[in-house]
Design a binder for this molecule. Sequence first.
Ligand code: HEM
Length: 427
Amino acid sequence: MKIATTEQMMVEISWTAVLEAPLPPPVPDPAGLEADPPSAPGPAVSATREHIRRKNSASLAEPGASLGVPGVGADDGEPTYSAYMVECTEEMIRSMKKEVATGRVEFEIGEYMSRLTAEIISRTEFGTGYEKGKQIFHLLTVLQQLCAQATRQLCLPGSRFLPSKYNREIKSLKMEVERLLMEIIQSRTDCVEIGRSSSYGNDLLGMLLDEMQKKRGGNGFSLNLQLIMDECKTFFFAGHETSALLLTWTIMLLASSPSWQEKVRAEVREVCKGGSPSVYDLSKLSVLNMVIKESLRLYPPASVLPRMAFEDIKLGDLHIPKGLAIWIPVLAIHHNEEIWGKDVNEFNPNRFSAQSFTQGRHFMPFATGPRDCVGRSFALMEANIILSMLISKFSFTISDSYRHAPITVLTIKPKHGVQVCLRPLEE
Ligand code: HEM
């Protein structure tokens, strides 16, 4: 038996052996691995995440919900996430068409996808307050870039407490973000307190506030505001860049592969008949779904998954001691020739066709187990809607200025962006 001894360092093990090892008992945590305790969400937050997971899965499974009806869902008249997605994509397509009309041909599509997914998550989280939401997310993006800089530098213990220019900048950005978030939260709670509204709203923030209130049994209202603010930030970080990257890489792959682009377009035309996609349509877009999966295999936005062993565990012939930090190398697993075959590095969506594909534990763009992605259905619905709308309005080819340079800093990004040439299609 091999013994992994060094704590807090990356373990070098045979991932194929681990993946083939029988799974330990499923309760309470299938792999005996869990995310760091400090990041574990509280009960109200977990309930909200579960609500989102169910709401998303239900809306994907529910046939007949027309996304074309502006802002209205199929069942209870509340605005649906999908309606926001269609609306925001229509706005982006209109602005792209205007630019094409002025003679512009080349677009750095990553920028557009990043703006679009930020717009969608801002609306989903903050509903009508999304203008302020966008402002918050802009500040969070700057904050994220600043923090990413720190990962590339050698940090001495305790250096984050020094009054350096860098630390002061981070502190003032954090304070500004929290001030804006507090303003939004305060105006919601005020509306309920003075009786102008009976609920905190149908958006993500409203759901969080409702859950917190329920947990307090409706008595008085002293919310854990820090928890709510942290959760708002988590959703933005977790659901913005990952989705933008999925879309950007998929467009790069389709722009480089005219035959797959044509296959997807033909399918979208047949299913959507020239209109906006409905939730019912999405489940029929099988070619597009295969393309999205292959894109997630080749460029999984989350390239590694950090875990910590909470107890001694045995995986195959490998002993993992309690407390060991483990990084699950998703990118390496998705590019393992033993698992995927000789064409592992090629774009071949056919490998995900119903006949040939068994998902197993080898395909994990959204992780697996109890801490998998709660936004999975949301992300897939968003990708299907945006790609089907874009592909029916434009044909795209990869530009000569594109330089293929994926870089990995937790997520996999195109270092120099993805430049594509757009040509509007006849309506
Ligand atoms: C293509 C898009 C996406 C990908 C590839 C992705 C991937 C992942 C992965 C791999 C994890 C697990 C991380 C870990 O355990 O270390 C995760 C967690 C999470 N994701 Fe996503 N995600 C995507 C989109 C979204 C969206 C759109 C949302 C929100 C609407 C979202 C919300 C979350 C949240 C809240 C968690 C933490 C769950 C928990 O800790 O219980 N994700 N995501």
